[in-house]
Ligand binder design. Structure first.
Ligand SMILES: [Zn+2]
Length: 268
């Protein structure tokens, strides 16, 4: 980082730096004393943040060690960079870790903040993206983000027709839920990545016979953010469609209330 550069801060601002995970470059998985220090609502030294709690984007200023920030590319708007540093990398990281390739069939369950980013990134990677949602009104939106198919999860005919069709599912549902219907959509040896909620109930016996993998993912290490922004998002023009609120420093409560009437569907 040089003086004058724009520093990007992701989901966390520090970690213990000494545990096995930190030494392996997985600071986001820190198991040391205090663990990972989140960007929002995380206890920290008073010297770092007045009040001893990180305030993230609600604060006018933030102090972060240079090891935990990345340089935002000069040709990327800061409003576009912000969601990539959280939701964007939370999609891209498991895609890379699991070797997702162009031409594979990728299912995205849920079209909220994380899900819509997964559709954009998956489509840019050349995957055939299918969105699985309960909400028919999201069909056009999903297709506009780059999805090729939309399945209404409450429609048994549509779900049965798509059985064993997907190589990979990115499950962004944010609460505990039954994953059986979604596992049925995976091909043998398929993988479901869960980034929000956890599975409810037992795993179906069919998961063993099909050698399915259910895995979990949590954000990303700091180092991976740099190539993600510079070498992936900039050339692929991700994301598009940012709505920038220019209201000058509203209070956190007024800022949150402006999001509540569902006028914004994908908050990241
Ligand atoms: Zn650590």
């Amino acid at each position: 980082m040089q003086v004058g550069d724009i520093a990007g801060v992701g989901c966390f601002t520090d970690s213990c730096r000494s545990c096995e995970e930190c030494k392996d470059g997985d600071e986001n998985l820190c198991t040391g004393p205090g663990g990972m220090q989140g960007t929002y609502g995380s206890a920290c030294a008073e010297a770092k943040q007045p009040g001893g709690v990180t305030q993230g984007g609600y604060s006018g200023d933030i102090v972060v060690d240079e090891s935990y920030v990345i340089k935002v590319p000069e040709n990327m708007h800061v409003a576009a960079a912000a969601p990539l540093l959280c939701a964007g990398i939370t999609c891209y990281s498991p895609f890379i870790n699991h070797g997702i390739k162009a031409g594979q069939n990728l299912g995205v369950v849920g079209l909220g903040g994380l899900g819509h980013m997964a559709v954009k990134i998956g489509a840019a990677m050349g995957c055939n993206v299918t969105v699985i949602t309960r909400d028919e009104s999201k069909r056009e939106l999903a297709l506009s983000f780059g999805a090729k198919n939309v399945i209404i999860s409450t429609d048994k005919v549509q779900m049965d027709a798509a059985a064993k069709s997907l190589h990979f599912i990115y499950n962004s549902i944010a609460f505990a839920h039954d994953i059986h219907p979604y596992l049925d959509l995976l091909k043998s040896n398929g993988t479901m990545i869960m980034v929000g909620g956890v599975p409810k109930g037992s795993m179906p016996a069919g998961s063993f016979y099909a050698k399915l993998i259910v895995n979990f993912s949590h954000e990303s290490d700091v180092t991976s953010l740099d190539p993600f922004l510079f070498y992936y998002c900039v050339p692929h023009k991700i994301p598009r469609g940012i709505l920038l609120k220019t209201k000058c420093r509203p209070s956190p409560s007024s800022r949150l209330s402006s999001l509540c009437p569902c006028s914004l569907r994908h908050r990241v």
